[in-house]
Design a protein. Structure first.
Length: 322
């Protein structure tokens, strides 16, 4: 078994080891230096005050950062409010986001310490990291120096869909400079968080319009989901990683391998050689590399289409342009 595991890891490295390069930027962990002393400590302490009381916030804050970066880049535009309800946060996929109060609390603390210095985009990137760490997940050094965008449009929200197959997902990620490894690794964020019956009812009751379920799902898993979701139930919550939803670990890949992926976007990771190989490697290795892989992919995600230099601004309040 040890030889088999080693062989799988060697093959995996050879297949996924080459990353798509992202344009270099001025982002660096020490960007603020003496401009704002103890910035990391302030962000961590405030974030933990919220997440340790309500651990489920970690999943939403991580998702918020992901949704921000996939629309106009990591510029904090997901945080902007609109009186006309036409900003990114008003779009259907973002209506279930929670934790905006955490970002506001961190920003308030930083403004008190060093007014007009730290961007909301950087705050969101650090809060996502510290929220994951607070529930036992990995820690990574967040490169800083992003500036905040001034535009947030509901019409521009085009996020990877839970109903997409792996071909579409690979294109979604490639369009943002992220590769196949980043796709499967970041899908591992589904190890925490919840969804609802509304997004899976069609998969378990009427997948092709003939009263059937998606054959990509384990029959036993379908039976378990049907006990939770009636055909007309759109509100009951479901764990995204059954059996390990409160712990940030590699168990998600075990669930996917067992055909217990909640979304089509989870199950479809078994349909591609590269993504399937990563799933199986994490299963047989007990997730030996997932923490580091996730950290590396989060750093790459945080560099997508950023604003630096004189572009954008440093918002005083994250919900409003200056």
């Amino acid at each position: 078994m040890a030889i088999k595991n080693l062989l799988a890891l060697v093959v995996f490295v050879s297949v996924l080891g080459v990353s798509v390069a992202i344009s270099s930027s001025i982002l660096k962990p020490e960007y603020y230096g003496s401009k704002c002393a103890d910035i990391e400590g302030i962000v961590r302490r405030v974030t933990e005050q919220y997440v340790l009381r309500k651990p489920s916030l970690a999943a939403s804050l991580l998702r918020m950062h992901f949704h921000d970066c996939f629309v106009r880049g990591c510029d904090g535009s997901i945080l902007l409010k609109s009186a006309n309800k036409d900003a990114e946060r008003d779009s259907f996929p973002n209506l279930t986001l929670r934790g905006f109060e955490v970002i506001d609390a961190v920003k308030t603390a930083l403004e008190k310490k060093c007014p007009g210095v730290v961007s909301c985009a950087d705050v969101l990137a650090m809060v996502a990291r510290d929220a994951v760490r607070a529930i036992g997940g990995p820690w990574w050094s967040v490169p800083l120096g992003r500036r905040d965008g001034r535009i947030s449009r509901i019409a521009e929200v085009n996020l990877p869909s839970p109903f997409s197959n792996v071909t579409i997902l690979k294109k979604n990620f490639a369009d943002k400079g992220l590769n196949v490894k980043d796709l499967v690794v970041l899908s591992g964020a589904h190890t925490i968080g919840i969804s609802s019956c509304a997004l899976v009812n069609a998969r378990i009751y009427n997948f092709t319009g003939k009263g059937d379920f998606d054959p990509a799902m384990s029959p036993s898993y379908v039976r378990a989901l049907k006990k939770r979701c009636s055909p007309i139930d759109f509100k009951t919550t479901l764990d995204m990683d059954p059996g390990s939803v409160k712990t940030f670990d590699s168990h998600y890949f075990n669930a996917v391998a067992q055909k217990k992926g909640l979304f089509i976007s989870d199950s479809t990771l078994l349909d591609d050689f590269q993504t399937n190989l990563y799933v199986q490697t994490q299963v047989i290795s007990g997730g030996f590399s997932f923490g580091k892989d996730f950290s590396d992919s989060m750093v790459k995600l945080g560099k997508v289409e950023i604003l630096t230099g004189q572009k954008g601004e440093i918002r005083k309040r994250c919900g409003f342009v200056n």
